[in-house]
Design a protein around this ligand. Structure first.
Ligand code: SAM
Ligand code: SF4
Ligand code: F3S
Length: 471
């Protein structure tokens, strides 16, 4: 499971496991689908687009697997384990299909795109395979599958952004929403399967993004996370003014929707984030001071063969620039242990980079070779599994120290917190997040979900700040 950009706090189900959809006004539907989503936030956002496409065809969502006519799994291919998990989940549906032979099972998302028609051969249970750019054809594919045929559409598009579709929010807390601003990726990091499963990068119209954010605000949402594999390369030619809207300009437009609407974004490729973005963040109080800035490795030699297009020194300069412009900016990262030919010195360079940056949050993985990627074709996956795992453990152990230090530094401070819901551990407490994306838990007093409240921090755990509201 990849969790690099999924908010840990407002919906833990989104963090590590599948989430299921809510029942939508069941009487108005002819059929029901059940959907599980895996992988990054973009997949979760896509499932909400799928729900909207199906609802228009009178196919409503149900959270109950046993009541579904159609089971959809929105899949991830980022690491081998992500795919294994989905294959295991499929075996659990065998019994259901035996009891109900008319049940349709569809595989959506990155694994569908990567394996295409082969999936139908490998997983006999599956009726539909549909890639991330082909969701508009799902109703048709379902019709085909209902006649007993297998149905596949894995065409990638250079234009599709689903800009005109209003996503139906699934499992939402009514406060935070994901908004896709672009699709695909042109970067070709050598380890990464995403450019193959999601296709070429394309940006969605700025007007449709702002309209979606306005609609969310009117429905009571108070935070949007703008999503893209590389948000800083967002660009859109605005025909009305003939100007190109850069990511910084888009951020500004969304920030201006309302001071009540918080704005987050992910992911920032270190090579693309600009001073203009940083100054826009500084200018608008409602753009959160938090950047996910994946480094992948602290060794320039590794970064070169990863095709990340920056060096260790260049990354450190970017890190310093962020802190110079926004001193209290929270920064998180992704790191890969045991990439092809990684030496102990390269690994030590990752540890020393972590010592330098002392990340507030880090997502760490050991390298998993993905068929078809540049690395799979060009480099040998030569680091033994136990070495990969040991190095990963060393990264994780060091990060634990840094994240605790980062939490402890906040004790005694006061933060503006957006209340996202009742704490899972204590129903007399709320949880929310501060600007820097840290989870804050505090007694409810007479506050309400969706409100902003100033909270003074009195203590912390490794992952949570504990405090008391002061107004
Ligand atoms: N677009 C983001 C960026 O450029 O950093 C990352 C997107 S990727 C979906 C999320 C993370 O998964 C990456 O940052 C990387 O750390 C990790 N990842 C990608 N491919 C991997 C692989 N083959 N093995 C292990 N981790 C991988
Ligand atoms: Fe993958 Fe690199 Fe694109 Fe991120 S920027 S999605 S790591 S290819
Ligand atoms: Fe996984 Fe696809 Fe996202 S491979 S991480 S679901 S873009």
């Amino acid at each position: 499971m990849n969790n690099w950009m999924i908010d840990k706090t407002h919906d833990e189900a989104r963090q590590g496991e599948a989430f299921t959809s809510e029942l939508l006004n069941k009487d108005q539907f002819n059929k029901h689908f059940y959907i599980e989503s895996y992988g990054c936030a973009m997949n979760f956002a896509d499932s909400e687009v799928v729900a909207s496409i199906l609802q228009q065809e009178k196919i409503g969502s149900t959270p109950d697997l046993n009541k579904a006519d159609i089971i959809l799994i929105n899949t991830c291919s980022i690491r081998e384990k992500a795919e294994e998990k989905i294959r295991k989940r499929l075996t659990e549906f065998r019994q259901l299909k035996k009891q109900n032979p008319g049940l349709i099972i569809g595989i959506l998302g990155c694994m569908a795109e990567r394996l295409k028609g082969d999936l139908l051969e490998e997983e006999k249970l599956v009726d539909i395979v549909v890639g991330p750019d082909a969701y508009r054809s799902l109703p048709q594919l379902i019709e085909e599958a209902e006649t007993g045929q297998k149905a596949v559409n894995v065409l990638l598009s250079r234009e599709e952004t689903y800009a005109d579709i209003s996503p139906i929010r699934l499992n939402s807390n009514g406060i935070n929403a994901f908004v896709s601003i672009m699709r695909g990726c042109n970067n070709m990091c050598s380890f990464c399967v995403v450019p193959f499963t999601r296709g070429r990068e394309r940006s969605r119209s700025a007007v449709s993004i702002v309209a979606e954010c306005e609609a969310l605000l009117n429905e009571g949402y108070r935070e949007v996370t703008l999503l893209g594999q590389n948000v800083d390369s967002y660009h859109w030619i605005d025909d009305t003014i003939g100007n190109t809207v850069s990511f910084a300009k888009l951020l500004e437009k969304v920030a201006l929707v309302s001071p009540l609407l918080r704005v987050r974004f992910s992911t920032s490729h270190p090579k693309d984030i600009t001073d203009e973005v940083l100054f826009t963040m500084k200018k608008y109080e409602n753009i959160c001071n938090y950047i996910h800035l994946p480094v992948q490795s602290g060794s320039t030699r590794m970064l070169e063969i990863m095709n990340r297009t920056y060096s260790r020194e260049w990354y450190i300069d970017k890190f310093n620039r962020i802190k110079e412009i926004i001193p209290d900016c929270g920064i998180s990262t992704d790191l890969i242990a045991g990439f092809c030919s990684e030496t102990e010195d390269d690994h030590t360079a990752s540890l020393s980079l972590m010592e330098y940056c002392k990340y507030d949050l880090a997502y760490m993985y050991y390298y998993s070779e993905r068929p078809g990627t540049l690395a799979a074709r060009k480099y040998e996956d030569d680091i033994p599994l136990e070495t990969k795992k040991r190095r990963l453990q060393e990264l994780v152990a060091l990060h634990r120290i840094h994240s605790l230090e980062s939490m402890q530094k906040d004790v005694g401070k006061t933060f503006k917190v957006l209340i996202e819901g009742t704490s899972k551990k204590n129903e007399d407490e709320f949880y929310g997040r501060n600007d820097q994306n840290k989870v804050v838990v505090f007694p409810k007093m007479n506050f309400n979900k969706g409100e902003y409240v100033m909270v003074k921090i009195h203590s912390c755990t490794a992952g949570t700040l504990l405090g008391k509201a002061i107004d």
